[in-house]
Structures are given as C-alpha cells and as structure tokens.
Design a protein around this ligand. Structure first.
Ligand code: ADP
Ligand code: MG
Length: 477
C-alpha cells in the first residue's frame, strides 16, 4: 500500500477568514482515506501568481478559485490546468461568460421558471470606438423609456445586466425616477425589471455541490445582519422547491458554488439574482452561517479530491430542455430539474462518502469553531473592514454568532442520533415494554448566547427603500 497525496489549491484574492479556517480544520482532521490499494492524504496550498509555461504541469487535484471572474491570469491558468492537467476547478472558468444576470434569466425563463418581466436597454453612453457612430446611426432605434416603464409597471428596478453588490441598482417608483436612473447609468448595460413588491418572503439559498443552505434574508437590514438566523420561515415543500431551483441553476451552468436570491409574492417564488461568480464567503456577512459554509467547502473539496470526480468541461443542457418539453406543471417540472441537478452533483455518492470517510468532520469543525484560532480568523477579517476602535466589539459579535451556530449544530446532531440511541436502548433493555426515555440532546457545554443584533456596523451599507450603493467588489469577496 502506498500513500498518495491529493492536493487542493486555493486561488484567492481578498478572501481572509474562510481560507484560514479551511486550512486549520483540514490539519485538525488529519484525514486518511483508503482507496483500492492506496492510502490518500490531503494537502492544501495557496496558489501563487507567477509566469508559467503552458507545458509546466499543474499538480492540484482541485482548485477552489475566487479570481476567475475578474483576474485573467488566474482564469487562463485554470483553463490550462483543466485542459492539460486534469484538474477540477470550481467554478468552471468557461462558465464565466454566463455568469451575469442576463444569461441566467434567459436560461431559466427558457426552462419555464417565473422570472419577473425584464427588458434590456442599450447603454446611455459609450466608450468611443472606431465604428461605433456609424453603427448607432444606422441601426440604433430611438426608444421611449417611459413606455417601457409603463409596460413593466411601477415600482420597477433599473440595474446592470451583470451587476453585483447592489452597485447601480435603483428602485424606480415612477417614470421620472426611471428616466433619472437611466441618465445616471453611464456606460453600464441596464435591465429594467418589474419589482416583486411587496414581497412576502425574501430568501437566499447557497449551493455548494449538492449541499444547500437556505437563509431568510432581510435586504433592509445593515450588511452584517441581512442573513437572518430563524429556521422555520418556509414550509418543507417550499424549501425543497427553492433548493431544486438553486441546484438546477448550478448544474445547468456548471457552477459548483453559487447562490440564488428569490422572493415570494402571492404564492409564487421569483428568483431575481442567481449568477454569482464569487459568492459571499465572509464571516462578516454570513456570521452565524459561516461555519456551515466552511464545512460544506471542506466536504465537497475532499469528495472531489478523494474520488477524482471528473469535471464536466462542456455544459449539457439537453436533458433540461427535454424535461421542459414534457410540459409538466411548474412544481413537478422544477422537481424533475432538481432530480437532474442532484444526479449531476453525484448526491448519493457524495453522501455515502461523507458518512463513511468524513464521519469525524462535524465534531472537528465544531471543536475548531469554539477555539481561539477561530476567533483569530474572525479578527483578521474584522480588522480589514472595521475601524480600529470597533475591532474588538465586532470580533466578539461575529464569534458569538458562531457560538450560537455551535449550539444549534450540536443539538441538531444529537437529535439526529437520538432515534438510533433510542433503538439501542430499547434492544438492550430486554423485556422493557414501557416507555424508554428518548435520547434528546445532551448538555451543550462551552457554547454561549446568540449574537446580539443591535449594533450597526459602520462599514456596512444601510439601504433605504432603494438599495444603497456599495462597492462592486463587496458582493464578490
Ligand atoms: N425585481 C426586484 N424586485 C424586488 N426587489 C429587487 C428586484 N431587483 C432587485 N431588487 C432589490 O435590489 C437588491 C439588489 O438587486 P440584485 O438583483 O440582487 O442585484 P445585485 O447582483 O447587485 O445584488 C436586491 O437584493 C433587492 O433588495
Ligand atoms: Mg443580489
């Protein structure tokens, strides 16, 4: 038996907290997986940026990339690594062209999902280019934005077709507001989209491989409080429906990691923002949900590296269109897409792998997030975003949010074990025909209270009825 090392590369930009946690947990886990004849070990390394020969071999089994959407050298290196060296990368560097709202809207509309009525408007201004004037003079129609606004109805949103981080997004209540937003849109290519307002529920669903996490979302809260921590905000059917939508989008475009924002109005879920090349991964916005994300990244990364999951380089849309052409009712159709998506992400094999090979991961993650090392990782991120005099306060704030997660995580795992324990107790108490105390969660030690949510981060944007502008990179870091 020989020992083989599987390598995971992290291609990072400004990411600060999650890579530290990822690396430290992997070290704590000290994982060995037995394959047929070999013993697999796992290593993680931060990818460097340097000149490279196209013939130099890339030896990462997986690269988790956070740069592709804006940094060409990383994107081109990744493409070479996939094509020539068999690396798996998330996300697929070729899917970047689809990774803007417009393509994603069009694709999901083609599959029959309800997307709010959306128009694309030629830009207000242009960078000068040699043939531009002649092209516009010959072919560009004058148009009446007011008529488009009337057709779509108010309130509507004017927003970049490829935007992120709420940059350039304006809620327009009337024609004057719409015209004003267009005047200010500059070089951006804009959508006018019907407002899903007032909505009954706003959710955000993260998809990481086959794993999903659904969060209640409050766009009117400060940045660090938008993800709510309540649990029962949708029914089980609605949850499955949104998870199916998220996984469908991700499988369709070959995105291993993405998030989907959807609004519920009068019984219909309307996805509005579901093309995120670099979904939020920071403790300063995810707070309570951050450990889930780190653990999900570890699980999916280890599954890929251990099993040498093959990356699908070309997208395969035909099966989705075949389902579409069966004209099933919406609920059934989305469930069918979800089934395809779950197959795409090897869900069963993944779950078996987690149960057999990563059985200790939950506990390692739980221990780690109670440690001083985790607190330091939080502090490093907080130091980047908050003024010095707020660092202590917000480090504690986010660390306590993580402790609240630990309480719930432990209770959840104990509850999941409970039926087995009860079974065990029943079978070991021979002749016990009466009630046996069920094994509910054991005492949760060391964990403290939920995060307070009263403080307002000075670094957080505070939207009013129309979303506030924040830095374009904020969503994508
Ligand atoms: N059609 C819509 N209906 C209701 N609210 C919307 C709509 N489009 C955008 N918004 C609001 O604007 C915010 C930013 O728009 P979004 O489409 O998510 O763009 P970004 O990619 O910049 O986050 C959303 O979180 C939501 O609060
Ligand atoms: Mg959004």
């Amino acid at each position: 038996m020989s020992t083989i090392t599987r390598k995971i590369g992290l291609s990072l930009g400004a990411d600060t907290c999650w890579p530290i946690c990822f690396e430290e947990i992997l070290k704590d886990l000290d994982l060995t997986v037995k394959s047929d004849k070999d013993e697999l070990r796992f290593e993680v390394e931060r990818v460097r940026i340097a000149p490279f020969s196209l013939e130099s071999k890339v030896d990462y089994d997986l690269v988790i990339d956070r740069l592709t959407f804006w940094y060409a050298p990383a994107r081109e290196w990744l493409k070479k690594a996939v094509l020539m060296d068999g690396a798996y990368t998330w996300n697929n560097p070729w899917s970047i062209e689809s990774n803007q709202k417009h393509t994603a809207y069009a694709a999901m509309m083609a599959l029959g999902l309800p997307i709010p009525e959306t128009w694309m408007i030629p830009p207000k201004n242009y960078e000068p280019k040699p043939d531009l004037a002649i092209t516009l003079n010959r072919f560009a129609d004058l148009f009446d934005l007011g008529k488009i606004g009337n057709d779509v109805g108010y309130p509507c949103f004017m927003k970049p077709y490829d935007g992120g981080g709420w940059v350039g997004v304006t809620k327009c209540d009337d024609q004057a507001g719409l015209r004003d937003a267009y005047e200010k849109s500059g070089l951006d290519l804009m959508h006018v989209q019907k407002g899903v307002l007032p909505f009954d529920r706003f959710v955000r669903c993260v998809g990481l491989g086959p794993q999903t996490m659904l969060m209640n979302y409050d766009p009117s809260a400060p940045l660090h409080e938008r993800y709510r921590t309540d649990k029962d905000f949708v029914s089980a059917e609605q949850r499955k429906h949104i998870e199916d939508i998220t996984l469908t989008i991700n499988a369709f475009f070959g995105w291993d990691f993405n998030s989907c924002e959807a609004l519920l109005k009068e019984g219909t879920w309307w996805p509005i923002d579901f093309a995120n090349p670099c979904p939020d991964s920071q403790v300063t916005s995810l707070h309570y949900h951050f450990p889930w994300l780190v653990r999900a990244k570890l699980r999916w990364a280890l599954f890929i590296a251990a099993t040498k999951r093959k990356m699908r380089m070309n997208l395969d849309w035909a099966p989705f269109y075949e389902v579409r052409d069966r004209n099933l009712p919406l609920e059934k159709r989305i469930a069918e897409y979800g089934r395809l998506a779950r197959a795409h992400f090897d869900t069963e094999r993944f779950e078996t792998f987690c149960a057999n090979e990563l059985a200790s991961l939950d506990e390692v993650v739980w221990q780690y997030f109670g440690s001083e090392r985790a607190r330091e990782a939080v502090r490093k991120k907080v130091e980047l975003l908050f003024p010095r005099h707020e660092v202590e306060h917000f480090t504690e704030h986010f660390f306590q949010a993580i402790q609240a997660w630990r309480v719930d995580d432990k209770a959840g795992r104990d509850a999941a074990r409970a039926p087995k324990l009860t079974q065990h107790v029943l079978s070991s108490v021979s002749g016990a025909g009466s009630v046996v105390g069920s094994a509910t969660g054991s005492a949760v030690g060391g964990a403290t209270t939920a995060a307070t949510s009263s403080s307002t981060a000075s670094a957080a944007s505070k939207p009013s009825s129309a979303p506030a502008k924040s830095s374009k990179s904020s969503k994508k870091r």
